[in-house]
Design a protein around this ligand. Structure first.
Ligand code: HEC
Ligand code: HEC
Length: 327
């Protein structure tokens, strides 16, 4: 009996406490919504009007770049190699974390450090035409350029960064890791060579008008200084997309270390030469990405450390420089 009295007393006490607490106005909480992986629209939904036709033409150029604007292109001859945009911008720039165009239209024009200038979407398209494709820029008013930028706009039309994820590439945790091209050679022979071949030259289609599996180094591959030539960027692409159609953003085949190692192996200029552009950019050396392989740098670290890591010391240097400037 005594027991019950005590416990009911306790209950009243607790009840009183909780009601007392309820009187305090709670801090307004921002609703945290889970982000959904964005699904690009389907070209079948496009109307057959002027806009629909232009977007479809853009989609075809991104998928069959070589046919339309390659060295023997039917519309123009701007590209110097036979890679296509979709070789890197997977599923024509619609694969989540596969170097897609989900948020591209919304984020351009933007400041670009490679040129130290504000670039429009068309300028950025021309960057890929002149860098990885070693070509000459498309005229800004050409039907092909208008089609490509229309397509890019359409791909991301419903993308909202507050609701969606999946844009561009997924980050890896490179922290204090160093990329080893020697170890990367082993990863390559196990996971990549069957498609991209022992000489890295890829596998041509029977007519040699394009690739079944595109090249990773050598004279027909992307040039030095292309974004894919940067080890961190390439590792982010590889980890969540390669081996093609086996690895996915939510099901990677390699660890961060293996992705860095194989990216180093592919991009190591000492063993795998590739076309050299006429000039290297970054007129403002302050803004060079940490994994850019060629000096001069503002920081005291070597080209080797920039190319293969570890990068945390370099990042720390620039973070401290920023703090100094703010003082
Ligand atoms: C060898 C691989 C490769 C090829 C081929 C390639 N690109 Fe790219 N492209 C990249 C990489 C890497 C980036 C940089 C993405 C980043 O900064 O995260 C990029 C960036 C872009 C961007 C900017 C996207 C954004 O949201 O920042 C556009 C637009 C683009 N490419 C269009 C094209 C078009 C059009 C073609 C074909 C004519 C093409 N690219 C061919 C690798 C490639
Ligand atoms: C099953 C065949 C296959 C395997 C295995 C494979 N790839 Fe690929 N890879 C492809 C194809 C196909 C593409 C182009 C995708 C497209 O056009 O849709 C590609 C594209 C690429 C690209 C961008 C385009 C270029 O040529 O620069 C890189 C980089 C790449 N692969 C690296 C790797 C690495 C590293 C591995 C091993 C971890 C690997 N791949 C394993 C088939 C493969």
């Amino acid at each position: 009996m005594k027991h019950i009295i005590i416990s009911t007393g306790l209950m009243y006490f607790l009840f009183a406490c909780s009601t007392a607490e309820k009187k305090v106005e709670p801090l307004p909480q921002k609703e945290v919504k889970a982000l959904k992986v964005y699904q690009a629209p389907d070209t079948n939904e496009l109307k057959d009007d002027e806009w629909g036709q232009m977007v479809r033409y853009g989609a075809r150029i991104v998928r069959y770049s070589t046919y339309y604007i390659g060295p023997d292109g039917v519309a123009s001859k701007n590209l110097r190699n036979k890679m296509t945009c979709t070789n890197c911008h997977l599923d024509a720039g619609t694969r989540p974390y596969g170097l897609n165009f989900f948020d591209s239209h919304r984020t351009y024009p933007q400041y670009r450090s490679r040129e130290d200038a504000i670039l429009t979407m068309s300028d950025r398209v021309n960057n890929c035409i002149t860098r990885p494709h070693a070509g000459k820029p498309l005229a800004l008013d050409s039907k092909e350029m208008i089609a490509i930028v229309s397509y890019i706009k359409w791909v991301g039309e419903k993308y909202n960064p507050e609701q969606h994820e999946g844009y561009g590439l997924k980050k890896i945790n490179y922290d204090s890791l160093r990329a080893s091209s020697e170890k990367g050679a082993v990863v390559y022979s196990i996971h990549c060579q069957s498609c991209h071949m022992a000489d890295g030259g890829g596998l041509w289609n029977p007519q040699k008008t394009g690739y079944v599996n595109p090249p990773l180094w050598g004279p027909m591959s992307y040039q030095e200084g292309s974004s894919m030539h940067r080890v961190i960027k390439a590792a982010e692409f590889i980890k969540f997309n390669m081996p093609n159609l086996i690895a996915k953003y939510n099901q990677p085949a390699l660890s961060d270390q293996e992705a860095l190692d194989v990216a180093a192996f592919i991009n190591d200029g000492r063993i795998h030469p590739r076309p050299v552009p006429k000039f290297h950019n970054y007129p403002n050396i302050n803004t060079k990405p940490v994994d850019y392989f060629k000096g001069p740098y503002l920081d005291p670290y070597s080209e080797d450390q920039h190319a293969f890591g570890p990068w945390y010391e370099i990042e720390k240097f620039y973070a401290e420089l920023k703090k100094e400037k703010k003082k």
